[in-house]
Design a binder for this molecule. Structure first.
Ligand code: ADP
Ligand code: MG
Length: 734
């Protein structure tokens, strides 16, 4: 190898004459081009099957040997190839499908370049057997490097064409070696045939390994797409699908129609399967796939990736089919708008379709639960001052509302006379209704819930909605404020308010359809409430006796036990008959609330809910959950900021203990050191987790789901801090 040319320090790197430009031999050009069109065995299969489809076949059978490297044979019952065309069949740029460039704009066939067969003959041995209608016999002929190796021979043939590709890449040693050493292409071939089979339902497909009796894909022509999906992907897929349809006919926006199936919440898979046809072409569209994955990630349990079959039809002139050598990708006019529309129907379908949700139980990592006990310790030890100031009083936990821009929520806490109050069933009625309503879909009949959802929609601020949908998250400016860019503007946004609001809205939307966070160790409700009362005490210096607190805790926990059926059915909060909290709802996937806040949450539920008015009751519970799940700064001070003092100070205390009697000092030092390290690593994890959640859970789901209330424009949730245009002006002057 001549590395010296690249090395400037080499004494041999003397100035060179410009190299001579030569014309490549045609066979080299062809082989290079062929290597691009036929990248692997599966690309040859795809081209051959597309040719069979273009020939209006109703049955297509594929046989493969050695992952396609030894043999690929595709037989169809299409219209066949005319005898006169055989001599030029495998020359480059010979096609029956296109004659002028303009035809590309309206082309319906899959092929149009006349390159596939030619390419195959440059990298493999190709034999074609074909018969056209009305002929008594067919012809067989083999090709090499684009030309016939001999005159076509008459032979017996059944209707259609059979193309055999043997010894693929026999003359491309490197390619063959890489392919042989990687996983064999057979599974990719099965995958492609499966995809064709569920789209072209009037064609029957089969795919088998050479010599195998059983086919790995076998579909029969059917008029039902679901049947086709069942026969190819099995009932575990076909039984868990939701039909999806949408279209747009706005000539200034986008024109398209889409129909398909997407998996419901009961479908479980580790990898996304996306079968996408655009104008009947099997293509890939990474942007659309990602967009749909986001919808699933934000709506369903994290373990599940979707199965998606989608067929999109667009005016042919809106699709550029000629952007990829294997035609695997296409480019669309108004792609973003189309994706956005599809995303939003998918989201609403998913949300409303969970008629028979199977609970995906997530077990909580016990280490996440431990803050429970250790926070108890730290509170009694020496309450961190920072944690007190971070606490939000219970009466401020509710979403703000357009009528109440300052965010004061006393109106909500007092019983507001509501129109239709008489109509609203009392809680007893609700609870007996719960017993009757086993089909969760019917819960959508609850008018008060609908009213709350309508309120959210009505209060939505359209400019902020645009900011939320299209902003870029830059980073955290401090513990509460995130820096966002929207167009040319920079905003500071309060993540506590934002997360509280989105949690509130999601509780309403997922009402009665929650997935569960199963607590690995159920916790006694009355002890937790007691804990919250004690802490309230520390904050307010009140002197209620312990006995009184015990009573309050007991009463509250009794009350919650009484409401447990409703709490579980509607909100996914489960309290068992012994009064232990055992289950919490998933509000945003991949987000678990800060377990340190459970005591407060339970106290709020016990104390502050207006159980007798349905709408107020639902709103109160949703708000309490929202406050609990919101992304507050962790109660432990941030170790990477000023908060480090908190942990260090305790270490100094230890040193002060020196000089005491040996046994006593030993015990204390050991104990305190341990608490410090534990607390520190606990704090570090909590802060890191929060930051991750803000970026990867809060912002992506906000873009999809948040309807920002108008109050957010004025209550400091969003503050515009700079316009980039103005900043540029400043820089220009510098
Ligand atoms: P393209 O599909 O772009 O036209 P190909 O090289 O794939 O180019 O095929 C060249 C031509 O051979 C096609 O235009 C078609 O007329 C003919 N052909 C190929 N395969 C078949 C087939 N299975 N049945 C009938 N005609 C075929
Ligand atoms: Mg073709």
């Amino acid at each position: 190898m001549e590395f010296e040319l690249d090395s400037p320090s080499s004494p041999l790197a003397a100035p060179q004459e410009p190299p001579q430009i030569r014309r490549l031999e045609e066979c080299v050009v062809n082989r290079i081009a062929a290597g691009e069109v036929i990248q692997r065995p599966v690309s040859a299969v795809k081209e051959l099957v597309e040719n069979s489809l273009d020939a209006h076949s109703t049955s297509i059978n594929v046989v493969v040997k050695d992952g396609g490297l030894k043999l690929i044979q595709v037989s169809d019952d299409g219209h066949g190839i005319r005898f006169e065309d055989l001599p030029i069949l495998c020359e480059r740029h010979t096609t029956s499908k296109l004659s002028t460039y303009e035809d590309l704009q309206t082309i319906k066939s899959m092929g149009f370049r006349g390159e596939a067969l030619a390419s195959m003959t440059h990298v493999a041995h190709v034999t074609v057997t074909t018969i056209t209608k009305g002929q008594l016999h067919g012809y067989r002929v083999s090709y090499k490097d684009g030309v016939m190796e001999h005159q076509p021979k008459a032979c017996a043939a059944v209707k259609g064409t059979q193309i055999m590709v043997e010894n693929l890449f026999y003359n491309m040693v490197a390619r063959k070696k890489t392919l042989q050493s990687t996983v064999d292409d057979y599974s990719k071939i099965v995958d492609v045939i499966s995809r064709f089979a569920i789209h072209h339902t009037t064609v029957s497909f089969s795919c088998r390994k050479h010599g195998a009796v059983r086919a790995d894909v076998h579909s029969v022509a059917t008029s039902s797409r679901l049947d086709a999906i069942r026969s190819v992907y099995g009932p575990s897929v076909s039984c868990n699908l939701i039909k999806l349809e949408t279209s747009d006919s706005d000539p200034v926006g986008s024109i398209f129609s889409m129909d398909g199936f997407i998996s419901s919440s009961n479908y479980m898979a580790k990898k996304t399967t996306m079968v996408l046809f655009i104008n009947d072409r099997l293509v890939e569209c990474t942007a659309l796939k990602r967009a749909l994955e986001i919808v699933y990630a934000a709506t369903l349990p994290k373990a599940s990736k979707p199965f998606i079959y989608m067929s999109i039809q667009l005016p042919p002139e809106h699709v550029d089919v000629n952007v990829h050598p294997t035609k695997r990708e296409v480019s669309l006019l108004n792609q973003e708008r189309i994706i956005e529309k599809i995303q939003s129907v998918a989201e609403s379908k998913l949300r409303s379709s969970n008629t028979s949700r199977v609970f995906a139980e997530q077990t909580l990592d016990p280490s996440q639960l431990s803050p429970f006990s250790s926070s108890k310790d730290s509170q009694t030890d020496s309450p961190p001052t920072a944690s007190k100031s971070q606490k939000t009083p219970v009466n401020k936990i509710v979403r703000t509302d357009a009528m109440d821009p300052a965010g004061r929520l006393d109106a909500y806490l007092k019983a507001k006379p509501l129109e239709g109050l008489e109509r609203n069933p009392s809680l007893t009625a609700v609870r007996s209704a719960v017993r009757l309503r086993r089909n969760p879909k019917e819960t959508a009949d609850l008018t008060s819930l609908q009213e709350l959802i309508d309120d959210v929609e009505r209060n939505c601020h359209s400019d902020l909605l645009d900011v939320v949908r299209h902003c870029t998250f830059i980073g955290m400016a401090d513990e509460i404020l995130a820096l966002l860019q929207h167009g040319t503007h920079l905003y500071l946004a309060n993540v506590v308010n934002l997360s509280k609001e989105i949690m509130y809205q999601q509780v309403l939307r997922r009402f009665a359809h929650f997935n569960a966070i199963q607590l690995s160790e159920p916790a006694p409700v009355s002890d937790l409430i007691m804990l919250a009362l004690q802490e309230e005490d520390l904050n307010s210096e009140s002197t209620d006796g312990d006995e009184l607190k015990q009573n309050i805790a007991k009463l509250n926990s009794e009350l919650l036990k009484e409401k447990m059926e409703m709490l579980e059915e509607y909100f996914g909060i489960s309290i068992n008959s012994e009064g232990y909290l055992s289950m919490l709802p998933v509000i945003l996937d991949q987000h678990t609330p800060d377990m340190d806040r459970i005591p407060d949450f339970l106290l709020t539920l016990g104390n502050d809910i207006e159980w007798l008015d349905e709408k107020n009751c639902f709103q109160g519970i949703a708000a309490a959950i929202a406050n609990f799940y919101a992304m507050h700064p962790p109660l432990l001070p941030n170790p990477s900021g000023d908060g480090m003092h908190f942990y260090k100070r305790k270490a100094t205390d230890n040193r002060d203990d020196e000089g005491n009697t040996i046994e006593k000092a030993d015990i204390q030092v050991e104990e305190k050191d341990e608490i410090d390290n534990d607390l520190l690593s606990e704090a570090e994890t909590a802060w890191a987790q929060r930051e991750w959640s803000i970026q990867h859970v809060l912002f992506p789901s906000m873009r999809l789901f948040l309807k920002p209330p108008a109050s957010m424009a004025t209550n400091g949730t969003f503050v515009k801090v700079a316009s980039l245009e103005k900043l540029y002006k400043v820089f220009e002057r510098c």
